[in-house]
Design a protein around this ligand. Structure first.
Ligand SMILES: Cc1cc2nc3c(=O)[nH]c(=O)nc-3n(C[C@H](O)[C@H](O)[C@H](O)COP(=O)(O)O)c2cc1C
Length: 364
């Protein structure tokens, strides 16, 4: 190779690198487009919404890994909510606990939206008979509620909070909102007890990040930039979790290098240390109908928190790693029972919302 060839080779390489960089940025997609699309799924209900619009509000519910493991069956008499087992996450959720809890969160949104738009009906767990949780609806008086209004604003906010304590009256409002038969909600605001939860979260996180199958499954649901998040409209979008957007090809590689046990532990320690409190939800039994009830309670709690200007985020490691459940149960004074969910709450800045599938894609 002569010097001229070398120069050409060098400049070609530079162009290639430049081209790859440019292509990489282009592949990230536009955050403006992402925000506009997400805002559309969160728009207020129209004056006289049909059942499909109520379904849109149901899909705004929190759900494990944002897999959206649900289908909705609309009939003239109401709406059925069915599990979609093709969207399960068998490693982190081997018994479909989170899947049923996610359905419960969607059921609560649907019930609130139906009531607010002049429909009367109480959800019924009828999976053995019809495969669904059934919400039979008949016309009635519209019952507006602050919880309903908070549905499009609620988000899982994974940032640090400001650590400020809550007024007793607000804690009471949160506890009352979460009252659902068959579910105990324990609020922890004592700093020493929050620290014990924090340590369980860190131990659980170590176990999960050391489990190759867990990491493999998690990576399937990570969306590293607006382009990917909008293409799939599901999964865990880095920017919505407070991380930067990176090209898809680099994401898994960066994940392996950046998400070290040490950095993750420091992040979780900060997140728990700056939370005002932790809510632990415990269903009366470990069955799908009780998990649906847990989802309803948890969603009511999260919506009430939103009404109060608070943020929430799940830190479920102590319930996902089965060996940690007994210690968490003892910590909340419910030894012998299975704790279902751990949610931290406090005051903090909002993050971008996560995406949802369009209604047409989730109709059965
Ligand atoms: C049953 C259940 C378990 C969840 N577990 C976790 C968790 O352990 N850690 C976490 O960061 N988010 C967790 N989430 C939150 C989801 O990732 C989140 O709801 C989803 O990405 C949609 O985002 P959104 O809640 O902001 O709408 C969980 C949600 C549900 C319903």
């Amino acid at each position: 190779m002569n010097r001229r060839q070398l120069l050409i080779g060098g400049s070609a390489a530079a162009v290639a690198v430049g081209g790859a960089t440019w292509a990489g940025v282009d592949q990230l997609g536009s955050m403006t487009r992402y925000v506009a699309a997400v805002a559309e799924s969160r728009a207020a209900l129209s004056a006289n919404p049909g059942f499909a619009e109520l379904v849109r509000f149901a899909t705004l519910a929190p759900n494990g890994h944002n897999t959206q493991p649900w289908r909705f069956r609309i009939t003239p008499g109401g709406i059925g909510i069915l599990p979609d087992f093709t969207r399960r996450t068998p490693v982190v959720d081997p018994d479909d606990h989170h899947l049923w809890v996610s359905l419960g969160c969607a059921v609560e949104n649907l019930a609130l939206a139906a009531a607010a738009t002049g429909h009367v009906g109480e959800p019924r767990y009828a999976v053995a008979e019809t495969g669904a949780i059934e919400l039979a609806l008949r016309p009635g008086r519209a019952v507006d509620s602050a919880l309903f209004a908070a549905i499009p604003q609620r988000q899982s906010t994974r940032g640090d909070y400001d650590g400020s304590p809550l007024e007793t009256a607000d804690l009471h409002r949160l506890a009352v909102a979460a009252e659902v038969p068959g579910v105990e909600t324990v609020l922890i605001t004592d700093r020493a007890a929050i620290t014990r939860v924090r340590d369980l979260v860190i131990v659980g996180n170590s176990a999960q990040m050391g489990d190759a199958a867990f990491v493999r499954e998690l990576k399937l649901w990570l969306r590293f930039n607006p382009h990917d998040a909008l293409r799939t409209r599901d999964g865990l979008f880095s920017v919505a979790s407070g991380s930067p957007a990176v090209p898809s090809f680099a994401g898994p590689w960066l994940f392996d290098r950046m998400m070290t046990a040490t950095s993750e532990h420091a992040r979780y320690a900060r997140q728990l240390d700056t939370s005002s409190g932790v809510a632990v939800f415990v269903g009366a039994a470990a069955t799908p109908d009780h998990w649906v009830a847990v989802g309803r309670a948890c969603q009511r709690f999260a919506l009430q928190a939103t009404v109060l200007g608070l943020k929430c985020a799940f830190v479920n490691q102590p319930v996902e790693v089965a060996g940690l459940r007994p210690e968490l149960a003892a910590l909340v004074g419910m030894a012998g029972q299975r704790p279902d969910l751990v949610l931290r709450f406090g005051r903090g800045a909002a993050l971008p919302y996560s995406a949802r599938w369009p209604v047409a894609a989730v109709l059965a």
